[in-house]
Design a protein around this ligand. Structure first.
Ligand SMILES: *[C@@H]1O[C@H](CO)[C@@H](O)[C@H](O)[C@H]1NC(C)=O
Ligand SMILES: *[C@@H]1O[C@H](CO)[C@@H](O)[C@H](O)[C@H]1NC(C)=O
Length: 234
């Protein structure tokens, strides 16, 4: 009995420690990125916080000197995807605010794939899709620090936006963003990759087993690194 209480108490302390550690983006100034600090949100599923986005993280570290990357520790294997998106979006806004406060001269890139794409777009633009749990947009003043935003296979995709990239010209995401103009403060930094054949961002185009949803990394990771480099130089 006594021992069990002790175990619970120790576990509680350990969990609090873990939460504080993973939620803080307060960075000592010696660790502030002189290249880019990329916060990368993966797609849905179990495993580590980078998963299939590790290759892009490595490319950023290799090709942009002075960079740091973080696999964003949101709930990527959730019971409830809607809550994971809204709480992840709010947490990402908190990470951006904390990072900019501790490293005001550093530049940030936000990158998201699939479920991580949805939460990244929600964090930037706020919610304007029916069914998604409302979150407010990121304060536009962050658009001088956050210099690149890249998403792959975003379920809030809508056609005819200046930031659309990829070959899906007329499809819609399954939770289409009704007011895309709320992304305007970040328009020049935003690239949304959506390809024909991705049922999640480009429905209702012909079903090919959603193959295109899984090929962005291979097809576009290098373009993303080049885009971040151009944005850092501009
Ligand atoms: C930041 O957003 C403001 C308000 O929408 C806009 O006037 C400005 O041009 C944007 N700056 C950049 C660097 O995109
Ligand atoms: C669009 O991209 C997908 C995924 O790479 C590819 O399978 C498809 O052939 C492309 N479609 C067109 C029309 O270019």
């Amino acid at each position: 009995m006594f021992t069990w209480k002790l175990v619970q108490a120790l576990l509680g302390v350990a969990l609090i420690g873990l939460v504080q550690e993973t939620h803080a983006q307060t960075v000592p100034s010696k660790d502030c990125a002189s290249g880019v600090h990329a916060i990368i949100s993966r797609g849905q599923g179990p495993g580590n916080d980078l998963s299939v986005m590790k290759a892009l993280s490595d490319k950023i570290l290799d090709q942009i000197p002075g960079s740091t990357t973080l696999g964003f520790p949101f709930d990527h294997d959730p019971e409830d995807k809607f809550t994971a998106v809204s709480s992840g979006a709010l947490m990402l806004q908190g990470y951006v605010a904390d990072y900019v406060k501790s490293c005001p001269k550093s530049k940030l890139a936000l990158v998201g794939y699939s479920l991580g794409a949805v939460l990244t777009m929600e964090a930037l633009c706020g919610t304007s899709s029916l069914l998604l749990i409302p979150v407010p947009p990121l304060d536009p003043s962050y658009n001088t620090s956050v210099i690149a935003n890249i998403v792959y296979g975003d379920e809030t995709y809508v056609p005819f936006q200046p930031w659309n990239t990829g070959n899906c010209s007329v499809g819609l995401g399954i939770f289409p963003r009704l007011n895309p103009s709320s992304c305007d403060p970040f328009a020049s930094s935003l690239h949304s990759y959506c390809d024909y054949g991705d049922n999640q961002c480009c429905s209702p185009l012909p079903d090919d087993d959603n193959l295109a949803h899984h090929t962005y990394m291979k097809k576009y990771d290098q373009d993303v690194v080049d885009f971040i480099k151009r944005r850092l130089d501009s």
